[in-house]
Design a protein around this ligand. Structure first.
Ligand SMILES: [Zn+2]
Length: 280
């Protein structure tokens, strides 16, 4: 079964790809929100884990193929894959194939950050860049922090999919906001960590925002629904308060990277802030 879905954003076609499902601890995903509230939104399994999906995004604009996120690390072995209940019911490669592309056809990779569930497919099992003709765009801060991880952040980074890209000279390090190609920019969204960036596409009067883990799923829109995984939770809150009203005013299409079922959604006003409603 294919989970690939497409959306028009102005004059641009974007395709939501999927690199499979995985599971994370529900308590950690919802931070200080009690289980009696989140369990209805995303029911936990017997190990208290909730189902998530890895949702990379393909932007095809002016003859360029831009891939946001590469997928979940595929060299962790059985113990690693069992811990995260990794289910490769779909892969980013099959999704690209669905739209007639191979990894060689990707011109730009944007790594929102370098956690293994986002950037894990940067490198093939043989240790080569998966997208050899692409520049890999990442915040300078994030590459630094990945290389200088501490006890609280170390489990999220694996050198195996980072250093071969650096060795091949394929990283384009960005500092702060920046236009990658006309119409596509990166936007710092710190909080989950310091160096996370979102991606904003503006085309023909329409806007799409790939939120990275600032809004991991459609359930993570209420201001207080900040993840236990976030290193700087109050910064997450500040970023949401800064950007959600702007994105709502713009009518932006929102892409959460880990929603188990929804690729594209739009903000609606809710009692306290906003909620996300899936686009058909
Ligand atoms: Zn993530």
């Amino acid at each position: 079964m294919s989970w690939t879905t497409q959306q028009r954003v102005g004059d641009t076609t974007v395709t939501s790809l999927t690199d499979g499902h995985f599971r994370l601890d529900g308590g950690a995903m919802f931070g200080t929100v009690p289980k009696v509230l989140w369990n209805d939104l995303n029911p936990a399994d017997e190990l208290n884990r909730i189902s998530l999906r890895i949702n990379p995004l393909l932007i095809q604009l002016d003859g360029r193929n831009i891939l946001v996120e590469t997928g979940f690390w595929d060299q962790g072995g059985d113990k690693f894959e069992n811990m995260y209940a990794l289910d490769r019911d779909e892969t980013v490669f099959r999704g690209l194939n669905d739209v007639g592309l191979s990894p060689d056809d990707i011109h730009i990779v944007i790594n929102t950050h370098l956690h293994f569930d986002h950037a894990g497919r940067n490198v093939t099992p043989a240790g080569d860049p998966t997208f050899p003709n692409a520049r890999y765009v990442v915040q300078k801060q994030e590459l630094h922090d990945a290389r200088h991880a501490h006890e609280r952040s170390r489990a999220s980074y694996i050198a195996g999919y980072i250093e071969p890209i650096a060795d091949a000279g394929l990283f384009d390090l960005v500092e702060g906001e920046g236009e990658i190609v006309p119409g596509v920019s990166v936007l710092p969204l710190p909080g989950h960590n310091l160096g996370q960036q979102g991606v904003v596409l503006r085309s023909g009067g329409d806007t799409l925002v790939y939120t990275a883990d600032l809004i991991a799923t459609t359930a993570h829109v209420p201001y207080a629904y900040v993840m236990g995984y976030d290193l700087y939770p109050v910064t997450c809150l500040e970023m949401r308060k800064k950007y959600l009203p702007q994105w709502y005013e713009e009518g932006a299409i929102i892409c959460p990277p880990h929603d188990p079922a929804v690729a594209f959604a739009r903000l609606q006003e809710a009692k306290r802030g906003f909620k996300l409603e899936a686009l058909e």
